[in-house]
Ligand binder design. Structure first.
Ligand code: 13P
Length: 329
């Protein structure tokens, strides 16, 4: 999954979130539209050169391509490993205003067994770490989310499934780069301390992290160089070297910025862990904009997907030239 030059597409939006993506191109959130879009993503020719895995959602791992092939088999036939989002979203953490905890441990072992039989070999659990320039996040919110991540990782490893653990420090907001670095470092330190306490095998685990950058409303937007410095400093202070790999979410950055930031990080050369992309919005948005829900645009949309995957593959090797790329915005 972490082979050089490849990354992981996160196409694991819940059906509700998929609706928000479709809204961008004024399409109603209907099962047919979700299925058509997912088929564009999963069946696009050539993506296997740049993608080692694709994260799916419950309704897509159980769904079929137009020709009747189960979606996970479409990926497997291309040599792409199917993954599955297994958390059940966030709920408010009572007593901690503005903070949330992820749910989904109930029945998880049984669900993982079912997903394994459908072809999934890795899983994802997303925790949301709220951040502001003042008191957020609290240590209590970080701690409970890390315990949930550790328990999930234990259950996944027991089921023969590689856990991808995702503590997402939110990009939206007016917090500074310094605050983002502090919070991400603290979160990852608590996370790995907790994973070790719960005896999770770190070699068989992938960290999915946010990049360290100032909030999208902050007056001083971080340069790619600043992002790369702060992110690598954070990892070196908090991620044990045994960890199987690190992948990035895009977090709401524009596709081009996410790719440029990944490139800046990779430009620092080899790190103790393989590092690559696992973007959702930064890859899917240009594809959606090309597709517009029109059958005659499917081929062009798949070409846009291939382009986005190729640019991020180059960026993961520090070889992306933003000036040459006229497609990603
Ligand atoms: P984005 O790249 O859109 O942040 O999504 C990645 C992801 O997996 C969120 O859970």
């Amino acid at each position: 999954m972490m082979s050089s030059g490849k990354g992981i597409l996160a196409a694991d939006e819940s059906d509700a979130t998929a609706g928000k993506r479709l809204e961008m191109v004024h399409l109603p959130n209907e099962p047919e539209n979700r299925q058509d879009f997912r088929e564009i993503l999963f069946a696009a020719p050539g993506t296997e050169e740049y993608l080692s895995g694709v994260i799916m959602y419950d309704s897509s791992i159980k769904n079929f391509a137009d020709d009747g092939t189960p979606f996970p088999d479409v990926l497997i036939s291309k040599g792409i490993v199917p993954g599955i989002k297994v958390d059940m979203g966030v709920v408010d953490l009572q007593g901690f205003k503005g903070e949330v905890v992820t749910q989904g441990l109930d029945g998880l072992a049984d669900r993982l067994k079912e997903y394994y039989d459908l072809g999934a070999r890795f899983a994802k659990w997303r925790a949301v770490i709220s951040i502001d320039e003042d008191d957020l996040p609290t240590d209590e919110a970080i701690t409970i989310n890390c315990i949930m991540l550790a328990r999930y990782a234990q259950i996944a490893q027991e089921a023969g499934i590689v856990p991808m653990v995702e503590p997402e420090v939110i990009y939206a907001g007016d917090h500074s780069l310094a605050k983002a670095e502090l919070v991400t470092t603290r979160t990852l330190q608590i996370l790995f301390h907790t994973l070790l306490k719960y005896k999770v095998d770190l070699e068989g685990l992938i960290l999915k992290s946010s990049m360290v950058l100032a909030g999208d409303m902050h007056g001083d937007q971080s340069t790619a160089e600043q992002v790369a410095n702060a992110t690598l400093r954070t990892f070196h202070l908090s991620v044990p070297h045994e960890v199987g790999g690190i992948v990035f979410l895009s977090g709401g950055q524009s596709p081009k910025r996410a790719t440029e930031n990944l490139n800046a990080i990779a430009s620092y050369g080899e790190q103790p862990w393989p590092i690559t992309f696992s973007f959702s919005r930064a890859i899917e948005e240009p594809v959606l904009l090309t597709w517009q829900g029109k059958p005659e645009n499917v081929e062009a949309a798949q070409k846009t997907l291939l382009h986005a995957c190729k640019m991020n593959s180059l960026a993961s090797q520090g070889k992306y030239d933003a000036n040459e790329d006229t497609v990603l915005k």
